[in-house]
Design a protein around this ligand. Structure first.
Ligand code: SIN
Ligand code: FE2
Length: 217
């Protein structure tokens, strides 16, 4: 069965520097779910309010820096503004998975300082954007999908460039760096379906290396 899936959904280069690894994280799914539960027990999921309104995906973070947003902008911080405490350490299982995925995509010695955890309920999505708050263009972004599927759009360096639209399933990993590090991407609103481990939810873990000069309180 696994072999069949691997053949039906092979490793795919989406663009120069961007690789889709279907099912790469599947063997560790249970460990990843436990890690998400542990992290979110300490620093809960919340919906950030930005200039554009409230984000539909709920978020939390672990690692040296977490990603936060408010009406004044986006940034990485060392403490969770909601709890006033440092973000929880990145569990080793998460760090190792991210490093292995990056290496598999051709990026050796990836050392993520942050793991952003997104939780999407049915109807939640993420508009087209670039990941550009890290100031560390030499490292890729490693993105792990868990739970119900999502339609993921992956474009080029201009917002209007043509997009590849792929269906990200439980355990899929996408790595984008090099010439694709600042590619525009987004997630269409999640459809109402069911996954035995997550119910109606989708989770996404994004691992990023961050310029240490941005490590702010
Ligand atoms: C993100 O771009 O931060 C999230 C991508 C995803 O949920 O697949
Ligand atoms: Fe992103």
């Amino acid at each position: 069965m696994d072999d069949l899936f691997a053949r039906l959904r092979p490793r795919t280069v989406l663009a120069e520097g961007a690789v889709w690894l279907p099912g790469f994280a599947l063997p560790e799914a249970e460990t990843l779910h436990k890690a998400i539960t542990q992290v979110s027990a300490v620093t809960p999921f919340r919906h950030f309010r930005t200039r554009m309104g409230q984000m539909s995906a709920a978020m939390t973070s672990c690692g040296a820096c977490g990603w936060t947003a408010d009406p004044s902008g986006y940034r990485y911080s060392r403490t969770d503004p909601q709890t006033g405490q440092p973000w929880p350490d990145m569990p080793d299982a998460l760090r190792h998975l991210a490093r292995r995925a990056a290496a598999e995509a051709g990026y050796e010695a990836f050392d993520p300082a942050s793991c952003l955890i997104n939780r999407y309920a049915p109807g939640a999505g993420m508009g087209l954007h670039q990941d550009r708050d890290e100031e560390y263009p030499q490292a890729p972004v490693v993105s792990v999908s868990l739970g119900v599927p999502a339609r993921f759009s992956f474009g080029g360096l201009s917002r209007s460039d043509p997009k590849r639209i792929i269906e990200l399933m439980d355990g899929d990993v996408v790595v984008w760096g090099g010439a694709s590090r600042f590619a525009w991407h987004g997630v269409s609103p999640i459809r109402e379906t069911f996954h035995p481990q997550t119910g109606a939810m989708r989770y996404n873990l994004t691992f990023r290396a961050i310029n240490a000069a941005l490590f702010r309180p």
